[in-house]
Each structure stands twice: as C-alpha cells, then as structure tokens.
Design a binder for this molecule. Structure first.
Ligand code: ADP
Ligand code: MG
Length: 247
C-alpha cells in the first residue's frame, strides 16, 4: 500500500505542555485508519496538525516532518489553503455554514476557484449519500437538516473539493445508531477514492470500518497494526486494557 500521509518525529507543545511526543505514523492510500485512545491523549491534536490548524496559536510549538506524499506540509511556500483543499476535515459536531444546502457546497468551490454549478453540487451530495433526501430542498437552510444529514452535508462539502485525504474527528459521536451506521457505510464507500483517518471512541465502529488501527496514550503512539491484530492480538498491555474498556 502506498503511503499517502505521514508524520515523522512529530513533537507538539502548547506553551510548556508537550501534547505529542515523537510521533511517527503513516496512513496508506485507500485505507481507513482508526485513531483510538483515552480522552486527552492527543488524537485531535495529531489530526489537526496535518491541516496546520495550530498555525493561529502563537503558543503552539511544532516540529517534525509532516508530508502529503512528497509535499512538505509545513514548508514556508505551501499555502495553507492548498493543504486544506487536499486534506479535508470533518468534525464531531456537524458545522454547516448558516446558509442553504446548495450554498454550503458552492461556497468552498467558489473560494477555491473550482467550477461551481448544479451538476457539481449534485455530484458531491450524491457522493455523500444525501442527494435523494435533499434534492427538492436545496434552498433550505442547512441547519434545518437532522444531525446525521448535517454531518453528511459536511462530508459532501469536503468531497466537493476533490481532496486526497479526509480526516474525521469523532464524526458519529453526536449521532444516533441509525445515522451512525449510514455514515459508516458512506465512509467505507469513500475509501475507494480517498485516504481516511477517523478518530473514534467506538470500538465496534473501529472494528467495523477500519483497515488499520493506531492506539495513542499520553501523546505517544503505543501500538499500531491491522485492526484485526490490534483487537484480537494486542501486543501492548495498555492497548489490551483500553480496548477491553478497562480505562
Ligand atoms: P484527544 O482528542 O485525544 O481527546 P486532544 O488532542 O484534544 O486530545 O488534547 C490533547 C491535550 O492537549 C489535552 O491535554 C488538551 O487539554 C490539550 N490541548 C488541546 N488543544 C489545546 C489548545 N488549543 N491549547 C492548549 N492545550 C490544548
Ligand atoms: Mg479529540
């Protein structure tokens, strides 16, 4: 499998608190990787560092090598807009813009100077398994959609930009089981085109959808491997404790 996204010797501190400790990890093309570990271990911070979301925090100190294929994500001449176009992000709480469903997709296309028309918007909504449910309501405010629909809209907004990677930070944590399974189906379908990294606290979810699983603890990657190995044959005692719900 070809490596799409990687971090090597990544250290990140907020002021004097080191949150990521010498992390080296890579994510393969067309695979789903689950990032698991107790709250506060640094999963979101790791995900966000690929998108340079700490650029605006003057007290965040980051060093290490982060690459999207051969693109150095922290090189001075790489615009953050290009990175965020190529690496999409979906958050725990669906955050549609306070605009219509149509405009939620169109906005990102326009600011990235991509072709924007009804066909492109339809295609993105189809790809996110949402088109059939909203095709007669494209002018409706997105905030009127259900939670699960709003999250699929956020996924549509990300895929509309034709990214290579989609980072998902607990995308189903706020959703009911039916909406969750719908999004899991969608994620499995998206991996044919994209590299996907998903943070989840739902161990069944990781086992249902992830090819690989990475276990983090206190800012470090403690163990990584195929999801099957991590859940059925963990090598690290902490991994074993965590997946069995011990802490
Ligand atoms: P997780 O997603 O695994 O729950 P986070 O990456 O959100 O963990 O947080 C890791 C640690 O970094 C926590 O101790 C958290 O309080 C701290 N942290 C996260 N974001 C910031 C920030 N912007 N400023 C200061 N500390 C932060
Ligand atoms: Mg988090």
């Amino acid at each position: 499998m070809k490596t799409k996204l990687s971090a090597k010797n990544l250290n990140l501190s907020f002021a004097d608190k080191q949150v990521l400790k010498n992390i080296s990890v890579s994510f393969a093309e067309n695979e789903i990787t689950a990032l698991i570990g107790p709250s506060g271990c640094g999963k979101s911070t790791l995900l966000r560092s690929f998108n340079r979301m700490h650029d605006l925090f003057p007290y965040a100190k980051i060093n290490g090598e982060l690459f999207l294929e051969d693109l150095d994500l922290y090189a001075k001449n790489v615009p953050v807009t290009e990175i965020r176009k190529r690496i999409g992000m979906v958050f725990q709480k669906a955050n549609p813009f306070p605009k219509s469903i149509y405009e939620n997709i169109a906005y990102g296309l326009k600011i990235n100077n991509l072709p924007c028309n009804k066909e492109v918007v339809q295609k993105a909504l189809e790809e996110a398994y949402l088109w059939d449910e909203v095709k007669n309501d494209l002018k409706m405010p997105a905030t009127r959609l259900s939670g699960g629909q709003q999250q699929r809209l956020c996924i549509a907004r990300a895929v509309a930009l034709r990214p290579e990677v989609i980072l998902m930070d607990e995308p189903c944590s706020a959703l009911d089981p039916v909406s969750t399974l719908k999004i899991e189906d969608l994620i499995k379908h998206l991996k044919k085109k994209y590299t996907i990294v998903i943070v989840t606290h739902n161990m069944q979810q990781a086992q249902r959808i992830a090819d690989k699983t990475v276990f983090m603890y206190l800012g470090e990657v403690k163990e990584e491997g195929t999801t099957d190995d991590i859940f059925n044959n963990p090598k690290n005692e902490m991994t074993a404790n965590y997946i069995s719900g011990y802490f």
